[in-house]
Design a protein around this ligand. Structure first.
Ligand code: ADQ
Length: 516
């Protein structure tokens, strides 16, 4: 079995001390069974101001390897290109995306350096799996350095239509880099279709059968692999002592009232202000809920140094203040916001104590909270999931009450319906969703992607095999309609690693929430 090399922004945790999300559990299982390396940023800034040395921690057959970024990289690559350029753009928020050449340079520089650090750790028959928007270019850099083993890429966030993607300066050279991977995974068919359209319409590539795409003389598979959670474990968490303790505490506080729960990183993509407005409208349009229903919003701070995030926090505090001011009673407060983190078990208890799970992103790759809420419910008295049509999870959870979070009145109607739904209907909807979540888990997601990659690996390197009239593979090196020059090198980026012969590479050391 090939070793697995995972690259993501942050690594681990490998062990489930109640902290690992489904994703870490799924990847941890795959890494433990194959052996390998999980490589990423340590989350630290290097003290010396230079790109850090690799720090390693061995856990049996699995090595966690991390690197400190320079303060400049953290600002320009992580906070800059990743979170001020790509994150808003990929979430359809052109109004928030910042295009700054310094950020792009840093993105290229960090991808190149990370690849250069990883390269000596690789054996020729390893398989590499790169995660998310931080490291789109990394696979191409590894190829340039001579790695020819199988490589997969998974995008955890949406891939917008080419009409939006092309607003990114040098978008062709960024997206073209994805063609270096053998398998490219997306959360939904919409994301996959948007990417395929980009390849055909902007890169001059073509589509084959069975999710096959061709461009630049390469063939690769772009498929939908919706990410799941560790459903059964999460359901077990919900009946753990810790969960029961949290559930009981909340029940004492709530007495005979009902609770709506929202759990999200404090992020503008999650539609939290829209949620608050929907809840306010519920109190306005259905006054019987005043004093009877409250909204608890758990929203750990993320990326709080960025202006868009601090503005969101102020907006939420103001909105909640306004709603609480207007509707609070002596013994009841409509909205509570908590920015602290909880263990997975505690979170499961909180979900279970809540009659409604309210998940209203304006755009979300998948949204694991929606799945966790379902998994945590009491089968004899399940709550109701109210879910945005813009979450990737909607495809697998159609029995939720599906809402458009921009439509405040409709959101209020859905909440009213959820709060008054008869037990039999709640059970029927919940059962259908829970059964599906049991078969599509974090583990099956990992397995499906790695199997797809193994299959491609058996086919050999990512070269196009489709014959054309000229006998050349389609778009071999010269795409049909390049819409912008491919940027080969950005001034100031360090030179690529020299090509390393495969034998020498093999002889080199063989020992050698994640994503945000
Ligand atoms: P996120 O944008 O972070 O993930 P989501 O999928 O909802 O969104 O995952 C958040 C995770 O954080 C959940 O597991 C949740 O339980 C946990 N969490 C949130 N608040 C918490 C708290 N206070 N304490 C403890 N845990 C908390 C990105 C994409 C998503 C995609 C995932 C996985 O944006 O669309 O679903 O990756 O691919």
């Amino acid at each position: 079995m090939r070793r697995l090399i995972v690259v993501s922004n942050r690594v681990g945790p490998l062990k489930d001390g109640g902290k690992a999300g489904g994703l870490a559990v799924g990847l941890g299982d795959a890494l433990r069974s194959r052996g390998g390396i999980w490589f990423g940023w340590s989350g630290e800034k290097s003290a010396k101001g230079t790109f850090g040395e690799m720090k390693v921690e061995d856990h049996g057959k699995v090595r966690l390897a991390t690197i400190d970024l320079t303060p400049e990289d953290v600002e320009e690559f992580y906070a800059g290109y990743a979170n001020r350029t790509l994150w808003p753009l990929l979430h359809y928020r052109l109004d928030l995306a910042e295009f700054d050449q310094r950020f792009e340079n840093a993105y290229r520089r960090v991808n190149e350096r990370m690849a250069a650090r990883l390269m000596p750790q690789l054996k020729p028959d390893d398989m590499v799996w790169v995660h998310d928007y931080h490291y789109i270019l990394l696979g191409e850099r590894l190829r340039e350095s001579g790695f020819s083993g199988p490589m997969a890429y998974f995008l955890h966030v949406p891939f917008p239509s080419p009409e939006i993607m092309t607003a990114l300066p040098n978008s062709n050279s960024i997206i073209r880099a994805l063609t270096a991977y053998n398998v490219i995974g997306f959360q939904t068919d919409t994301d996959r279709r948007n990417f395929a359209r980009y390849v055909v319409e902007e890169l001059g590539g073509s589509e084959g059968e069975n999710d096959e795409l061709f461009a630049y003389g390469r063939s690769f598979r772009a498929s939908t692999f919706p990410i799941g959670i560790d459903t059964e474990s999460f359901a077990d968490f919900a009946v753990s002592d810790e969960a029961k303790e949290h559930e009981a505490q909340l029940k004492v506080l709530l007495r005979d009232r009902q609770q709506i729960i929202g759990v999200d990183r404090l992020d503008y993509s999650k539609g939290i202000p829209e949620r608050f407005r929907g809840f306010e409208r519920l109190l306005e349009d259905y006054p019987e809920n005043r004093g009877r229903v409250s909204l608890m919003q758990v929203a750990p701070l993320s990326r709080s140094d960025l202006e868009a995030y601090s503005e969101l926090r102020s907006e939420l505090e103001e909105l909640a203040g306004h709603i609480n001011g207007a509707y609070s009673a002596l013994d009841w407060v409509p909205i509570r916001i908590m920015t602290r983190g909880f263990t997975r078990r505690a979170l499961a208890g909180i979900y279970r104590a809540s009659r409604v799970g309210l998940v209203t992103p304006l755009r979300d790759g998948m949204n694991l909270v929606a799945k966790e809420y379902v998994a945590a419910q009491d089968p004899d008295d399940p709550g109701v999931l109210v879910l945005s049509r813009f979450a990737g999870a909607v495809k697998e959870l159609p029995e939720a009450l599906i809402v458009n979070p921009y439509d405040t009145a409709a959101l209020a109607r859905a909440l009213q319906q959820a709060l008054n739904m008869p037990l039999e209907e709640r059970k029927r909807r919940w059962q259908a969703m829970f059964e599906r979540l049991k078969t599509q888990t974090a583990q099956t997601w990992c397995h499906d992607i790695l199997s797809a990659l193994e299959e491609r690996a058996d086919k050999g390197p990512a070269r196009s095999t489709v014959p054309t009239a000229s006998g050349r593979p389609p778009n071999a090196l010269t795409p049909k309609r390049p819409k912008e020059p491919v940027v080969a090198k950005v001034p100031g980026t360090p030179p690529a690693q020299p090509q390393r012969p495969a034998e020498r590479r093999g002889a080199l050391s063989s020992l050698r929430s994640l994503f945000l």
